[in-house]
Design a protein around this ligand. Sequence first.
Ligand SMILES: Cc1cc2nc3c(=O)[nH]c(=O)nc-3n(C[C@H](O)[C@H](O)[C@H](O)COP(=O)(O)OP(=O)(O)OC[C@H]3O[C@@H](n4cnc5c(N)ncnc54)[C@H](O)[C@@H]3O)c2cc1C
Length: 423
Amino acid sequence: MAKTTTTRKSIVILGGSWGGVSLSHYLLHHVVPYLHKAEPSSYEVVLISSSSQAFCRPAAPRAFISDDLFKQEKLFVDIEPQFKQYPSGSFRFLHATATNVDTQARVVTISSHGTNKISTVSFHALVIATGASTPSPLLGFTPGQDVPHLRSNWAAVRAALPTARRVVIAGGGPTGVEVAGELGEHLNGPMARAWFLLPSAQTKPRVEITLVAATERILPGLRKTLAERAEVYLAALGVKIISGVKVTGVTLSGAGEGKVYGGTVVTLSNGETIKADVYIPCVGTTPNTEFVADKALLAPDGKVETNPKTLRVDKAGEGAKIYALGDASNFAVNPGVHNTLSAVPILAANMKRDLAGMKDGEDRVFEEDLRETQLVPIGKSKGVGAMKGWWLPSFLVWLIKGRDYWLWTTGDIWSGKAWAKEQ
Ligand SMILES: Cc1cc2nc3c(=O)[nH]c(=O)nc-3n(C[C@H](O)[C@H](O)[C@H](O)COP(=O)(O)OP(=O)(O)OC[C@H]3O[C@@H](n4cnc5c(N)ncnc54)[C@H](O)[C@@H]3O)c2cc1C
């Protein structure tokens, strides 16, 4: 097995998305230069990712429908060129999938993209930021796969949509509601309105779209009045909601999870069945942590057991210099992009302390803001949401998120401009 050798101490970061790309920039801007003052050219950041491009994942509920809905060069951004700005030797990008992490031997085993060549990378410090997968392959990267795989899934559902007459979406959380809203507008046309301009339910939509929610009402993360407003908007896009029931099975094996969308019957926990030409499960996520050999480092839900204040993986041992961030970690109750980005400077500050062997001073501490925060666009013009406990009108939800699903923010994050100033 090949071993990549370097004289520098490697800070290995797994996962090229919000957590991994942001932290790499932050360390290269603020921590590596600090460490190099004492020991010139002693460290490198090695970012290892199955995906060669950073993807604005929150945009997936609209992006999977058509490439015309977003500028593709903003939606997918090559990772490696974003790091050309740093001194030579300080950064390496490896387009590969971590298949094993041995925290005792301090080695990551990787499988290179395209060739499947197996090699190992030794680490001085390790950050696990490999995110989480959704059951539907339309809504993000699949571990071990890159953009073409995601696009091939998009192509399969796009081929099925024009002839679909019945669509079933499982999951009453924000993703299910967003997917239902986007498909409602795409398949049934813009929101129907009564004469006084309020949305009115479509009584005979072209395509029957059913949203199945296991909870008593959709959007349990938001107050009831906002969920009720969302129901009105969805009805105006021809979406019917069945709440308080779960999807218990589909007759077509793998429907919704592979490239198979057509001709299935969805069974519900109340015994009812619904025919679906397209079925999209938007329920739950699975952390991408199967490569962590020492299962004692994982919480019962499969996330890396992470100190929620310092972002260290304490179970790896004192001074282990092993950390976790983003959806692969249990550092936050609601990880999401906002919490992951807020944690980046805190994690970097604590890594700086560990790497420089600072004994004085105190760790920086992450504190999750648990106030009601969720923005849920419904189609291209409406939405419901709250931020830090404050209700936001539909127009603001559209302005902040719904008009381009955060693409107005991502350029600076992927390029590192957002991280140029120490925070
Ligand atoms: C449809 C949808 C909409 C969302 N909308 C919002 C929103 O509006 N606001 C919000 O705050 N959050 C939102 N989220 C959640 C948000 O997308 C996640 O919190 C965020 O993507 C997590 O970022 P991450 O860096 O942890 O990893 P991810 O974005 O999950 O990316 C993981 C990365 O790791 C790579 N990888 C995986 N396994 C390996 C491996 N073994 N080796 C190497 N690389 C690997 C992948 O290729 C990928 O690049 C949404 C999620 C979904 C699914």
